[in-house]
Design a protein around this ligand. Sequence first.
Ligand SMILES: Cc1cc2nc3c(=O)[nH]c(=O)nc-3n(C[C@H](O)[C@H](O)[C@H](O)COP(=O)(O)O)c2cc1C
Length: 334
Amino acid sequence: MSAAPPACQLTDRVEIGQRPTFFVGAIPIYGDTILAPMAGFSDLPFRSICREMGSAISYSACITDLAVVHGGSRTTDQIADFSEAERPVALQLLGAGEDELLAAAERLMALRPDVIDLNLGCPARRVVGGGRGSALLRHPRLIGRLARRLVDALPVPVTAKIRLGWDEASRNYLEVARILEDSGIALIAVHGRTRSQQYSGRADWGAIAEVERAVSVPVVANGDVRSVEDIEAIKNATGCAAVMIGRGAIGNPWIFARRPIAEVGWTERLALIRRHALWMVAQYGERLGVVVFRKHIVRYIQGLPGASQMRPPLLACEGVGELFAALEAWSPQG
Ligand SMILES: Cc1cc2nc3c(=O)[nH]c(=O)nc-3n(C[C@H](O)[C@H](O)[C@H](O)COP(=O)(O)O)c2cc1C
């Protein structure tokens, strides 16, 4: 591990005269919307674009402790890669063993993140099979031990992202939130679903409100924010300091600027698509960058006239020049 970084690395983005919306430990946060961590989506280019639009913190996608400890994986390096302009940056870890988790977090400190976030919500079978992510919700005391080890050892604030519980019969979000707070966790993001719900059904904003009232650390509300109106609705329903937006931001980073997507015309969309695509090429190289960008492009054009006919040719593009030519030739009235 490299020399310990300063206790907290304050962002340069301090706006003169602007008051912080809330704090993560000693780190001031300006803004009340945050791009959710999303594996396969929330990489450096997309996070940076959302951050420019107003997303207040950059959360990396989840990183498995063992991948960090064993090192040498290009994918893990890409997930953990961030730019200075993104600060404050939270690197999110998946882990279930105290020693491995701490070892991974200490290694990540060499990258000088502002925050380490503990993932307690991932529902994927291979993740919960190893006891990580939402599997930990079944073991609240272990959550307490993991959180305490990280908080005691790391020179930056530690945060956590939870679901409401493992399943409907074991919704233990208040117990988990109180344990996290008692362990020194500086912020709790709550996705208002259980593990067994995966991504189906409605997120329970009422349960998130209960967490907000039960703890004194900032609580970030998450689940089913798809529009600018939803941002205010979830804030009103939960009383939370901030809102985390996942799927609703894919193809729509303007949501962080509180701009309704219907008001973003084609010229402006195309300009951002081009910029995003070029950033992907810079990040991953042209071949992989264009492939990874495919899942973004289908969402950028969603809902525009003729979008369904445009999908196949756009998805077939292998180079960025080809992609831009296809988009220029299309020009829907948006
Ligand atoms: C494709 C995808 C990948 C995700 N990856 C992560 C992840 O790496 N870490 C995490 O904490 N949550 C992850 N999530 C969950 C989101 O952060 C968020 O909690 C969930 O999508 C609900 O918010 P939404 O309704 O705004 O999408 C992922 C969700 C999706 C759809």
